[in-house]
Design a protein around this ligand. Sequence first.
Ligand code: NI
Ligand code: MN
Length: 226
Amino acid sequence: MISLTWYGHSAWQIDFSGTQVLLDPFLSGNPVAPLTADEAPADFIIVTHGHGDHLGDTVAVAKRTGATVIANAEIAGWLQKRGVKTHPQHIGGGFQHPFGYVKLTIAVHGSSLPDGSYGGMPAGVLISAAGKKLYHAGDTGLFVSMELIGDEGLDVALLPIGDNYTMGPDDALRAVKLLRPRLVIPMHYNTWDLIAQDAHAWAERVRAETDTRPLVMNVGETITLE
Ligand code: NI
Ligand code: MN
């Protein structure tokens, strides 16, 4: 059984039959986060890129919980120096972790770490577990090889729609057409005024123009995949 809880922005808690995986755990600086970094459970943490609103509370949560952090080799090296247990991967590479197979995919963005260190290439994340495929796009602009990611047969796509730093609603709609997921959930919007979007209006466009089912989640809400 897989359940997803949205912590706002691009932060997610995914429960894979009891194994807790945190994605982009931006909590303490996140004005809409429904819980604190002291409360978030984690067996694994996945970090898409080095920016503060994605790396977030990774160091604190990993040290408190003993979670293993999955990230690109540059971010993993930076975390290792801070005493965090890591599993480095890189773009195009997958590994069978206890909860599922995790592959890093491309994202068109930056990835510097909070202290200015080089954070390698930014990534998206493709997780295959319990017969389901989940794609978290990270921060990205639209790119045509989303079609290749879609060829994997996605059950769920988590896509940024906030504009300014990432795809906005128009390009995110084009992304849905390339990715062809069964379900799409928007993220990386309404955290701040700069990325304010009407997610329900976007969902209407997805419903009208694609075969994908859009779901606008509330922060703190949990859904279970059937
Ligand atoms: Ni970013
Ligand atoms: Mn971001």
